[in-house]
Design a protein around this ligand. Structure first.
Ligand code: ADP
Length: 565
């Protein structure tokens, strides 16, 4: 159980992501599947809607002619039998028949003769000069009816008119005129006006039905056109060619003509595909944003957890760091107070111990105070144009005793030529250098070569100070992290060396405040070199590197004292 918990804590980001990504991927998969289904059904629905529209428009055309026939062709038998078609004329005169080019009535005589009279649809007036094709069309209707009449066959009364369309230019709708005993006594008919059908009726039906069927401007997304038998486009609701998804339907009565509907910009299939891609892309983007956001939050949470752990370690480390020098000072102080040491050399030695331990305490407290100032943004620097050698030499002098006490030789290679001046805060830079020296000693306790080398030099117009030790070294993976606040390498040879984890983060902050950089090169188990590089104030270029300079301070470790933590 605890193993599981520690795995969870160590891999918070991974576990968190897995917990989010798995359901997200499932949802995405389901969405993909349902979009695929939707794509298929919307293609189907698209063509069904188109077909339904055509049926609807075609019904409108049929209703128009049926109504016209209903109004004009229901003539009573008495009106046909009597006199000279006067009653038929009056019957037609009372109605205006749109879309009809001629009306006619046929009467069957007893001797088998057929009399046909034509009338104008506008006013029912007699039409005398009728084109032959029209009178042939009327005869093709009347003659078979006359046979029925002569045979005395009883016929069914039909609601709808009948159609005669041998001649596509003279289509006839007619109704037999039937007497009380259901025998045919004549025929009333109408010759349909093809030009009206083509130029008036179809455009009107299309413009009325389209918005009803495709509301909210969707009617602009389809093109409806009328085609003749030779597939010529006679009329179209929009000029554009449109797509290839045409659906066609032959019209009632005008069977040679078809009404065709097609998509204007995108077919239902293209539309469904576009919709599919768009929705999937949106979902993928949303998923990516969600996963990114969650990863970011989890990383931040993991960082916070690490930081709070580091802070807890920090408190215990600092307590330890404070206790050790305080204990030393107290012991040496008690010795001296009790007068147990009479030898002046011993007194000097104890005095030196007390001094170095209190310096360590001061350095530690300075580090903590500076860190808190940096965190609150209150840290200030006082830059002066100085010879950096002086700052380095002064700091080394201060540290030299302590290094000697712990058995370390401090070797200084100054630059062969005077270095360019640098804008520095001498106190802050000294503190940074002391932190580097302190680390060099701390992490070389068991080294064969107890030596710290300090070099000052110039490279590419920048002044460089480096601190080299032959201690435990730093693994490549840790080299970047050691400059983070509270970070301490807690594995390998260094795990029992105490520290606050603040030293290098302060060094970095101080150096960067000087517009400089601090870098580390290190071989695990063989030692490390920390290099501080600062921009020269006057940009003067001097000698490259520092090789060959003579060591000048504290090169004799045998004079030092053993240092105990
Ligand atoms: P600490 O108080 O732990 O020394 P620092 O910020 O000074 O804190 O250093 C951070 C970590 O870097 C240390 O815990 C140590 O592991 C590593 N480190 C610093 N200087 C050296 C060095 N000279 N040799 C080896 N490791 C070092």
């Amino acid at each position: 159980m605890s193993k599981f918990r520690s795995f969870f804590r160590n891999h918070l980001v991974l576990v968190g992501l897995a917990a989010v990504v798995a359901p997200l991927l499932t949802i995405l998969g389901l969405q993909y599947w349902s979009l695929k289904q939707l794509k298929k059904s919307s293609v189907l629905a698209g063509s069904v809607v188109m077909r339904n529209y055509l049926n609807d428009a075609s019904k409108e055309v049929r209703t128009f002619y049926r109504n016209a026939a209903e109004a004009a062709l229901n003539i009573p038998a008495s009106a046909v039998r009597e006199g000279d078609f006067e009653r038929a004329r009056r019957h037609f005169g009372r109605r205006t028949c749109e879309g009809v080019k001629r009306l006619f009535v046929a009467r069957f005589g007893d001797g088998g003769d057929v009399q046909i009279r034509f009338f104008h649809p506008a006013d029912g007036g007699p039409a005398d000069e009728v084109p032959t094709a029209e009178s042939h069309a009327a005869q093709r209707v009347a003659v078979p009816m006359q046979h029925l009449s002569a045979a005395g066959t009883a016929v069914r009364r039909l609601d709808a008119p009948e159609l005669q369309d041998y001649d596509p230019e003279n289509i006839v709708l007619f109704k037999p005129v039937v007497d009380e005993s259901s025998r045919v006594v004549g025929v009333a008919g109408m010759l349909l006006d093809t030009a009206y059908f083509r130029d008036v009726l179809v455009p009107r039906v299309v413009s009325e039905t389209l918005p009803r069927f495709f509301p909210d401007g969707a009617d602009r997304r389809v093109i409806v056109s009328l085609h003749d038998a030779a597939k010529n486009r006679l009329f179209a609701s929009q000029e554009a060619e449109g797509q290839k998804d045409a659906v066609a339907l032959r019209l009632h009565y005008f069977n040679d003509y078809s009404l065709v509907i097609r998509s204007r910009h995108m077919t239902a299939e293209q539309w469904a595909r576009w919709n599919f891609n768009f929705t999937m892309t949106l979902s993928l983007l949303m998923t990516a944003a969600l996963v990114g956001g969650i990863a970011f939050s989890l990383r931040t949470a993991a960082r916070e957890m690490r930081l709070s752990q580091m802070k807890a370690d920090f408190v215990s480390n600092v307590s330890h760091e404070l206790r050790t020098p305080l204990a030393s000072i107290r012991v040496f102080g008690e010795f001296m107070k009790l007068g147990r040491v009479g030898d002046p050399a011993k007194i000097q030695e104890y005095g030196e111990h007390i001094e170095t331990e209190s310096r360590r305490l001061t350095q530690l407290i300075n580090n903590i105070l500076d860190f808190s100032k940096i965190e609150s943004g209150a840290k200030t620097y006082h830059f002066e144009r100085l010879a950096i050698e002086d700052v380095v030499a002064e700091t080394l002098k201060t540290c030299e005793v302590r290094l000697r006490q712990v058995g370390f030789a401090l070797v200084y290679h100054p630059a062969p030529r005077p270095l360019p001046r640098v804008m520095v805060d001498a106190e802050a830079l000294a503190q940074a250098l002391m932190n580097l020296l302190d680390n060099a000693v701390k992490y070389s306790a068991d080294a064969a070569r107890r030596e710290v080398i300090v070099r000052a030099g110039e490279r590419g117009g920048r002044v460089e100070i480096s601190v080299t030790d032959h201690g435990v070294g730093i693994a490549p993976a840790e080299q970047r992290k050691i400059f983070e606040k509270f970070y301490r390498v807690s594995t390998g040879l260094v795990h029992d060396v105490k520290g606050s984890g603040l030293g290098l983060s302060l060094v970095k902050h101080i150096v960067e405040a000087h517009r400089g950089t601090v870098t580390v090169t290190s071989d695990l188990g063989r030692g490390s070199t920390f290099t501080v590089s600062l921009p020269a104030a006057d940009g003067a270029a001097g000698a490259e590197g520092t090789e060959g300079a003579e060591p000048v301070i504290g090169d004799d470790p045998s004079r030092g004292l053993a240092y105990k933590h």
